[in-house]
Write a new protein. Structure first.
Length: 86
């Protein structure tokens, strides 16, 4: 992860955003030596969110937590408004 001070990033913002977007590089913006924000590509963030969702599901499954589970019929009814009980 590349770190750059906010003051230096001002003049390079376009380049930093392109690096994050095209190279999937994470760039840390620092304020007085501490990371204040990250510039990441939307694809990388989506990958992190997907991985987190899978890990949360696996943890719930390992703990035997069945909450939030739906049958296919329940999902269709919720999403499409189809009554599958008839």
């Amino acid at each position: 992860m590349t770190e750059i001070a906010i003051s230096a990033a001002r003049s390079q913002l376009g380049d930093l955003v392109r690096r994050a977007a095209h190279n999937r590089e994470t760039i840390a913006l620092t304020d007085h030596g501490h990371v204040a924000a990250l510039v990441v590509s939307p694809q990388l963030l989506e990958d992190y969110e997907d991985s987190l969702a899978v890990l949360q599901y696996e943890l719930r499954t390992a703990r035997g937590d069945q909450s939030g589970r739906r049958s296919l019929a329940q999902a269709r009814e919720e999403l499409l408004g189809e009554d599958t009980t008839a």
